[in-house]
Design a binder for this molecule. Sequence first.
Ligand code: HEM
Ligand code: HEM
Ligand SMILES: Nc1nc2c(c(=O)[nH]1)N[C@H]1C(S)=C(S)[C@@H](COP(=O)(O)O)O[C@H]1N2
Ligand SMILES: [Mo]
Length: 329
Amino acid sequence: MGGRRTNLALLFLLALAFLTGWLAFAFFGWPSRLVLVVHALAGIGLLLLVPWKSLIARRALSRRRRPRVWWASLLLGLGLAISLAFGFLHSAGRWYVGGDLTAMEFHVGAAICILPFAVWHVLARPLRVRRAEVAALLTRRSFLRLGAFGAAAAGALLVLPQARRSPSGSYELGSFAPAEMPGTQWMFDSVPVVSGDAAVLSVGGRRVGYGELARFSDTVRCQLDCTGGWYATQDWEGVWLSRLLGPAPAWARSILVRSVTGYSRRFPVESLPALLLAVRAGSLPLDPAHGFPARLVAPGRRGFWWVKWVSSVELDALPDWWQPPFPLQ
Ligand code: HEM
Ligand code: HEM
Ligand SMILES: Nc1nc2c(c(=O)[nH]1)N[C@H]1C(S)=C(S)[C@@H](COP(=O)(O)O)O[C@H]1N2
Ligand SMILES: [Mo]
């Protein structure tokens, strides 16, 4: 394979791995698995190209006039290797690294770190694609080659160790034992001190005390699936948001749920009937790490939607997509 084609394939596979990784985080359950198969194939594809890329890199590095910041390209390779290693570790079952850290956090962390290096690497080495080269991709021979490449990646995926895990890739931890469930923040948030008796939430502009919330016992059994690589099923108990808010008025397009920490998520108004404001898990009050006094339970959505330490729930005229796809805090 020519050097230019190798680089183009690397670019395509890198972009595909990055995109499908985030898509898998956006989805819950089987849709997540579907994109993760593509994700894994893209990752293995990058590995399969190592022999060809080594030729390109060695040629460039052994020239008398070396590229000026050649070491940044090596860092890109190192970061990619680290990300790949933790991706495989996670899938093989070594998903817990130690402390609070999971293999998935290292996997995604390393991928984010190499992003600027990858962008620089490509921008600093302009790769003009000629029309003849695109035409050459549409030949029978290149389709056969692509097929062989895809088959090799699929074969590798089949022989790689794959531990039993949920469709999203998460491992079960602390189901029906909330105390054994990790207390996790998306990125930089920390557990606030909230006094139960004094806690007051604003719900649809109305002040609701914790005591009032605690009198309800609406229950839903569902899975909290953290993108950190674990999930837990609990019996969540509290009050359906639709009970507190009543039917949504016609102008309302989204439900904005805010935390005392400033963390927030916006839901389409159609999901109102599915949202529960929980005060207990497994009939015990939530502990501070899990959102005391009240946290949102959003069945069928990944953990980052389950806003903890809820301070307000408001109907809003803005559409639900008026927010970053993932929290920034
Ligand atoms: C997948 C991750 C990649 C790694 C680890 C990587 C690594 C390297 C290394 C170590 C070099 C030699 C040092 C240097 O020129 O800075 C290099 C050269 C180069 N890379 Fe990459 N690269 C990657 C992806 C890409 C992509 C996606 C493109 C373009 C679309 C690309 C295009 C080039 C070009 C044009 C050269 C110069 C070749 C020459 O001067 O002969 N690389 N790469
Ligand atoms: C440089 C970019 C990336 C590459 C090359 C890559 C590659 C891989 C590979 C090879 C695996 C192991 C697949 C297996 O053995 O089944 C994996 C797993 C995984 N990756 Fe990535 N990944 C990248 C970035 C990301 C990002 C940015 C995310 C999320 C935002 C992500 C999410 C995941 C998840 C959830 C798994 C677990 C899949 C499972 O359990 O089957 N990856 N990745
Ligand atoms: N306010 C706030 N709520 C939050 C988060 C956060 O960082 N801040 N993290 C979310 C994420 S990523 C997950 S997986 C769950 C974790 O809930 P747990 O700590 O009860 O396990 O809370 C969600 N709610
Ligand atoms: Mo999470």
